[in-house]
Write a protein that binds this ligand. Structure first.
Ligand SMILES: CC(C)(COP(=O)(O)OP(=O)(O)OC[C@H]1O[C@@H](n2cnc3c(N)ncnc32)[C@H](O)[C@@H]1OP(=O)(O)O)[C@@H](O)C(=O)NCCC(=O)NCCS
Length: 140
């Protein structure tokens, strides 16, 4: 089946959100509402991608962006029936290429400790698991 990779657009929200909802290991919050994702895409143009199958259905997503210093990747998800075909890896490559073009030299991501599939994927893809770092969060 032919796969197409392209920049994620605001119009992809409904299908992407539906995929995230059914993706194990993915935590959604108010930051994933339509308005917030549209703002994210507008702030980080060209760094987020979807993979479409030949029927035009979203088979995979990645949100990529940076703060001018480091890159961050979120919501790497591939539809269960499309996994193991290189889609996740290609989405990560596309996003990292764009971040590199923007002068960003390192990218971070969050993955739940108990997300075995996700942890194996990142380790297999050459990402370094950091230890000795805690994440602190606060409402603004
Ligand atoms: C993780 C996920 C995105 C992988 O997508 P995918 O399209 O199946 O991955 P790919 O086919 O591109 O695989 C890329 C590499 O990771 C490896 N890999 C993928 N899934 C793996 C798994 N479950 N266990 C071990 N290795 C895995 C592949 O073997 C491949 O390695 P290779 O290039 O050396 O052969 C997909 O399983 C998914 O959506 N999981 C749920 C959401 C999630 O955990 N996201 C990531 C955490 S934020």
């Amino acid at each position: 089946m032919e796969l197409t990779y392209r920049e994620m657009l605001a119009a992809d929200y409904d299908e992407s959100h539906a995929l995230w909802l059914k993706t194990e290991g993915m935590v959604l919050s108010e930051a994933d509402a339509r308005k917030e994702i549209e703002a994210y895409l507008a702030r980080n143009p060209g760094c987020s991608f979807v993979c479409e199958d030949s029927a035009g259905q979203v088979a995979g997503t990645i949100l990529g962006g940076h703060d001018g210093r480091r890159g961050f990747i979120y919501h790497v998800a591939v539809s269960p029936d499309q996994r193991g075909k290189g889609i996740g890896g290609q989405l990560v490559k596309l996003s990292l290429d764009k971040l590199r073009e923007a002068g960003i030299q390192k990218c971070h991501l969050f993955v739940l400790e108990n997300n075995e599939i996700g942890n194996r994927f990142w380790a297999r893809s050459g990402w370094m698991k950091r230890s000795g770092i805690a994440i602190f969060s606060a409402d603004t």
